[in-house]
Structure formats: C-alpha cells, structure tokens
Write a protein that binds this ligand. Structure first.
Ligand code: HC0
Ligand code: SF4
Length: 570
C-alpha cells in the first residue's frame, strides 16, 4: 500500500491508484465532471484539480497517480478559485433559461456542481455555442445546445459499445459532439441503446418521451389500456423514489400503475417464460436438424440494430423469437382480446422497459403479428417514475399490488432475464430438462452470471453430449464474439447477447446513476427474487401451459410462428 496525506489525513491506497480514488477511500469527495468511473479518466475538464506539494501546477485528481509520502490539498483558496472558474466558464455557455423545463432538472451534474462550488452569478457573457435539436430517432433526443463537451457519451459509444455513432466534430466555439456530417442519430449506425444517455451529465441526451400519448390513452374512455413491465424495472424504479439500488419494488410499482389508470397490468416476465419455451425448442430443433449454429438470442433490440448495421451476414444466427414484450403485445391483442371480447382496435398496449431501443423496436414493421401494432408505446423506467410523480402518488406509502390473469404469472427464470446471463440460465433450465427428460438438480448456472464481459460454460446433457454456451453484454463484447463466429473459432451452440453492459438492469432507460456497483445490486435483487419463488422454470409456469392448451397449441407451432417469431433481414 502507498501512504499519502490528503487534507491532513493519513491515507493508504493501493499502488497505481489515482488521487481521486485514494480520496474517496478516505471519505473526501473531489468534484468531477468529465470523469466516468470504470470508463473514462482524461483529466480534460479540470474540475477535479488539486494541489500536490512539490508540483507548481494544479493537477487533475482523476488521472494523477498516488506516490509514497505525497501530500495533497483538495480545498485551498487556489483550488477553489480554479474549479469555480472552470465551472463558471461552462455555465456561461449553457442555456440556463431551459433548466426549469429540462428533463434533467434537479438531476443535472452541472447544476449540482454550480451549487456545490457556490456559483451565484455568471460573470462571463459573450459568444455562445450554437446548438441543434435532433429528435428524429424514435428513441433518443439530442439537444446540442445543452452539451458541455465532456465527451463521456463519445467514449461510452466508442470504447464500451464499439459503435462510434457520435464523435467530436469542429473546433473552438464550433466544437460539437454529433454523428459525422451533422447527420441525425436516426440516419447513422446507432444501436439506440441509450448508454450515451446514462453517461451524459446534463440534459443533452434524453429518451424520446411518450408520456403524453400514454396519458391521452388512459384518459380516453374508448380505450382499454394494458401495461406490462420488464423484469429489470422492478429492481431499479425504487431509486427514483429514494430507495437504495437493488431494492425490489414490484408490489408498489403494481399499485402505482393501477392508480395511474391502466385497465390491466400484465408482466413481461410471463412473456419471458414464453420466450424460453419457444427459444429453447428452437435451439433443440436446430441442433437436431442441423440448423444454423450458434443460435443467438434476439430479445435486445439495440443488439438487433447493431447486428443489422455491422454484421448483416450473420443474421441467420439470430433466434427467430421476437422479444418477450413484443410477444406479450401480440398475445394481448389476440388471445386476451378473444378471451374478453374486447376489440383489439380499442386496445392500447404500453410496455415499461429499462430500454430506449424498445421504443424503436415497437415501431418496426415486423411487430404487428396481431394485425395491429402489437405494442403501442414504450416508456422507460424513468418515464414511469415521472408519471407517478405527475399523478401525485406517494410511492413509499403504497400497499403491494398484484398482476392480472392470465398474463401475469411468472417464474424465477423469467425474472432473471433482466441481468446479463439471465436469458441463458433460464433457457438452460428448460432446454436441459426438455432434452433429457430428467429433473435438474442444480438450477443455478452461476458460470453465466456476473459482470465479466464474455462468459462461457459447457453444460452436460446427460448422455446426449454437451451444450457449449457463451454470454456477452455490451456491444463491444458482442463484436468480439461475432468476430469469432466469422473466423470459425466460436464452437458454441447458443449465445446470449444483450446490448447494454450488465444487461437490462442497466439499460439506457434506467434511473441514474449507473455503475458496476449499482449493476450488481440490481442483478442481485433479481437473483434473490428467483431464489424466493417456488416456480423457477419457465416450462412449469401453469399460465404458460394453459396458454399453449387454450390457444397456441405447441411451441414452434403455426400460431406461434405467426405471432411470436420473425426474421430480421436488415
Ligand atoms: Fe429486458 Fe426482456 S429482459 S430485453 O433485458 O428478453 O428491456 O428487463 O423486458 O422484452 O423479458 C429489457 C429487461 C425485457 C424483453 C424480457 C427480454
Ligand atoms: Fe452510441 Fe448507443 Fe448512444 Fe447510439 S444510443 S450514440 S450506439 S451509445
């Protein structure tokens, strides 16, 4: 360990740590702006400047390494002046008239910094950067006028997602972060994953809101409005209401959506169980009949958009299953409509998702198996929280609510879909039992859990050989696996790919902030729910069995083919 002194306190830190990390360990908070934990430390914004004895210039704490005997001061008049000046300059070029109407109002890192540094006036006026609003994509709105050029979004998009849809263009007051040639995000190879939104410290990147359309549907007496919520929403929604990350708020969420005025509340987890039935059988069929292998999961629409843009030649590897919430939409407007006699034309299906790409997915032409738009609107977890606040609902005071039949019963396998490796684990629980006809002794496939970028496992199929599987999360890791498939070195049968690092628990529509610690806490909540449930395998879900008996017939049957499967052709 290295011993140093920070603000008069003796601090120990592992060799190679930065001053910022060492200070954090000693409960000293150094402000940052361009710094993005686990991804970017470039020392560019100069907000984390500190005095290091023996150095004439102030040094950026996020990149400056600790050394034995070092003496650091984080709160001197010189440091305070320098930080304040930097933030004042940024604020002077920011459209402050927009703060009250900005979706990041009260959650903005620049606002917080200006407050913490005691900025009470803006001394610098003059030329300002010009900003353009790009709201052409169905998922993401970019408001260039609010961008502070911290480059966090650029780094995440390029380094983590391996997409590089946005970059720094121009110089001086004409410097802009945007797609090449000033194009819209809608027109470039953007996955719409929303990871750039999570990285943005201000309101320059946001989801495209659909809140008003949903309120209109709710208040329209001629509409029957159904809501479904994704597995990962319940593990994060509470954070918007002050609960610690990793608090499961399923019960309160259900009461809240009912109070908002939705007519029925169904669970995407149910549809996740259904996906496993279809996908598990598809995998076994491909193995038996010599179909295209490895088969890759198809439930993350950011991932679908990525493969369409960058590896269209590998599209036949995708499972033909639609994503669970799209399956749910198709079932609500057919199976449930028939059961209840409600005209599907009068139905509005709303999905609450941790995902921004799902807003794009629901408007794809493939997604109308019911003869109507299967899912009408997608709200992010953040948008649901906004609606709950707009309606004046005291979230913490709510009793636990319930899901409606017949599309609300779910297994633990459906729940864990929300964490990276969860779809794989759920599929293995079913595929192993269906293939061997034997009951699994250990349901927990821990090799596919956790935040390692690419995970692999070999699962014995009791006398029938073995299943080789891999799991990747984050599009940068997806690219590595796809390259292996292309060069023939991927000997897998089945691969799970999720666009977002950590899986849906840290999708682009989830509450802020997101980091690895929070990813783990949210995932842990889902694994805990799985452990607490009696029903832990998709194929044992009684409502799924009833759905097949009453309506679908069998997995991969004619009706399933029509409603639940599609082929992406780019
Ligand atoms: Fe996911 Fe899903 S698990 S993509 O990650 O498959 O968004 O939570 O809803 O549809 O179920 C997101 C999360 C879903 C879907 C499910 C899948
Ligand atoms: Fe990059 Fe994803 Fe943002 Fe598109 S949505 S710009 S792919 S980070």
């Amino acid at each position: 360990m290295v011993t140093l002194t920070i603000d008069g306190h003796r601090v120990q830190a592992p060799p190679g740590s930065t001053i910022l990390e060492a200070a954090k360990g000693a409960s000293i908070r150094i402000p940052t702006l361009c710094y993005l934990p686990e991804v970017q430390a470039i020392g560019a914004c100069r907000v984390c400047l500190v005095e290091v004895e023996g150095n004439r210039n102030l040094q950026p704490a996020c990149v400056f390494p600790v050394s034995e005997g070092m003496v650091v001061h984080t709160n001197t008049p010189r440091v305070r002046r320098a930080r304040k000046f930097t933030v004042e300059m940024i604020v002077s070029n920011h459209p402050m008239d927009d703060c009250l109407t900005c979706p990041r109002n009260q959650r903005c890192e620049l606002q917080r910094l200006a407050d913490e540094l005691g900025i009470r006036e803006v001394r610098f006026t003059g030329e300002k950067s010009e900003g353009r609003l790009d709201d052409l994509s169905p998922s993401i709105v970019r408001d260039q006028s609010k961008c502070i050029l911290c480059r966090r979004c650029v780094t995440v998009c390029r380094e983590v997602q391996g997409v590089a849809a946005i970059s720094v263009q121009g110089r001086g007051f004409k410097t802009r972060v945007e797609p090449a040639f000033g194009q819209s995000l809608h027109d470039v190879a953007c996955a719409l994953c929303g990871q750039c939104i999570l990285a943005c410290p201000v309101g320059a990147l946001q989801e495209k809101e659909n809140i008003e359309e949903v309120w209109q549907a709710i208040f329209d007496p001629t509409k029957f409005v159904v809501v479904q919520d994704a597995p990962a929403v319940r593990a994060a929604l509470g954070e918007e209401f002050g609960y610690p990350p990793g608090t499961l708020v399923t019960g309160k969420m259900l009461s809240a959506v009912r109070r908002l005025g939705f007519n029925r509340v169904f669970d995407t987890n149910f549809a996740a169980d259904l996906t496993i039935m279809e996908e598990g059988h598809e995998l076994l069929k491909r193995i038996k009949e010599g179909g295209v292998l490895p088969m890759i999961t198809s439930c993350s629409p950011g991932w679908i958009k990525f493969i369409e843009h960058f590896y269209p030649e590998l599209l036949p590897h995708l499972s033909t299953c639609k994503s669970p919430h799209q399956m749910m939409g198709a079932l609500v407007k057919t199976y449930y409509a028939r059961k209840t006699g409600i005209d599907p034309q009068d139905m509005v299906v709303v999905s609450v998702m941790p995902c921004t790409a799902k807003k794009f997915e629901c408007s794809r032409p493939e997604m109308n198996g019911s003869g109507y738009k299967d899912v009408d609107y997608v709200l992010t977890t953040r948008e649901l929280a906004r609606m709950i606040k707009q309606a004046g609902i005291d979230f913490a005071g709510l009793e636990d609510g319930y899901y409606d039949d017949p599309l609300g019963e779910y297994s633990g396998a459906g729940t864990i879909f929300g964490a990276t490796g969860g779809v794989m684990e759920a599929a293995l629980r079913t595929a192993c039992e269906v293939a061997t006809g034997k009951t699994l002794e250990n349901l927990e496939f821990t090799a596919v859990r956790g935040l390692e970028g690419i995970k692999e496992a070999v699962v014995p199929l009791d006398g029938l050989g073995e299943l080789k599987v891999a799991v990747a999360h984050g599009l940068g890791n997806a690219r590595k696996i796809l390259e292996k498939i292309k060069n023939g070195s991927a000997g897998y049968h089945f691969i799970e790919i999720m666009a977002c690092p950590g899986g849906c628990v840290s999708g682009g529509g989830q509450p802020l902030p997101v980091n690895n610690e929070i990813r783990e806490l949210r995932a842990r909540a889902l694994y805990q729910e799985d452990r607490d449930l009696k029903l832990r395998k998709s194929h044992e879900n009684p409502s799924i069995k009833r759905l097949y008996a009453e309506f679908l017939g069998q997995p991969l049957g004619e009706k399933s083919h029509h409603l639940l499967h599609t082929r992406y052709t780019a």
